[in-house]
Design a protein around this ligand. Sequence first.
Ligand SMILES: [Ca+2]
Ligand SMILES: [Ca+2]
Ligand SMILES: [Ca+2]
Ligand SMILES: [Ca+2]
Ligand SMILES: [Zn+2]
Length: 344
Amino acid sequence: MKSKKLIAGALCLLGGGSVVQAESGCDQALTIEQADRVLDLEALGAWDPVVMPRMVQQIPMTFHIVRTSAGTGGISVAQLNQGLADLNDAFIQAGMEFFQAGPLDYINDSNYYFGMTSRAKADALRQVNPAPNTINVYFVPSLFVEQSLCGLSSFSFDPVQGIIIASPCAGTPSNKSTFAHEVGHYFDLFHTHETMFGAECPNGSNCTTAGDLVCDTAADPELNDENVTGCQYNEILRLCLSFYHPDPTNMMSFGPETCRMTFSAGQAERMWSTLTNQRPGLLDFGTCPGDVTGDEVVDLDDLQVLLFNFGVVNPPAGDADGDNDVDLDDLQLLLFNFGSLCAM
Ligand SMILES: [Ca+2]
Ligand SMILES: [Ca+2]
Ligand SMILES: [Ca+2]
Ligand SMILES: [Ca+2]
Ligand SMILES: [Zn+2]
């Protein structure tokens, strides 16, 4: 079964194996170690189905904008907000909506601004001011980890957490999909062409144990800009590899960025399992940051409770970000959201 993809490739000689040529957009192919971890966690029920609520779930994000040491450059707030809007357009089909939980975090450091050139630096950046129980997203002007990348993400089981986005790849008319693609990884979706567990058979017979481990995404011999025309899998390839019907509109494929817009129902289910089982802190954070009294309003009452408990570890109240202490992070979160009426 595993050799099917290779046999198919051999039957159709397509410009020296261009079928498996990667689009240089994302570096989230699984390593052997990660794949092992996935199998261990799977056995423990990490991605067992959960009941998906009927309401759209609000999920907190924290945005970090990298600028030069002089405080110049960095993605504009308008472009960032457009990126967030594009992300939410993509995720509404999965029942998730992301919101800015706290103030923008400006990281003024030319070493990061000009030097996102290695995995080590990407990991170091993601340890700057991460806000607990939110998805931390770092915007940099460019990103290069062995190849030029649009984005880089983290699976729930990775030691370093957070998403990095190269600013030119978000909130623009030509790319509305990279941000959503990386958030897909954050919720443990793999590329539709992932082969670390073995290649998915076009007839779907091994879909639970191979490919992206999602059964309603078709086997993907690795879509890319060259084998997709007008958001359709190339006709010539379709003739040669007629049993393949990959979907260039799937967000987790390497189809052209302008084509990617869908998550399958199975992908949405997997993301909900990850949210519920692997990333419950995002749900614990709540949808009314700064409301430490639980009345869905952020006002002076909350400020008093927070200040009364300031500096306390394992406080009875006042911990706005859910990391079991009350400190400046909590105060900033409260002040950013001061005056919010959260009840719907
Ligand atoms: Ca699949
Ligand atoms: Ca309150
Ligand atoms: Ca706290
Ligand atoms: Ca804290
Ligand atoms: Zn990717």
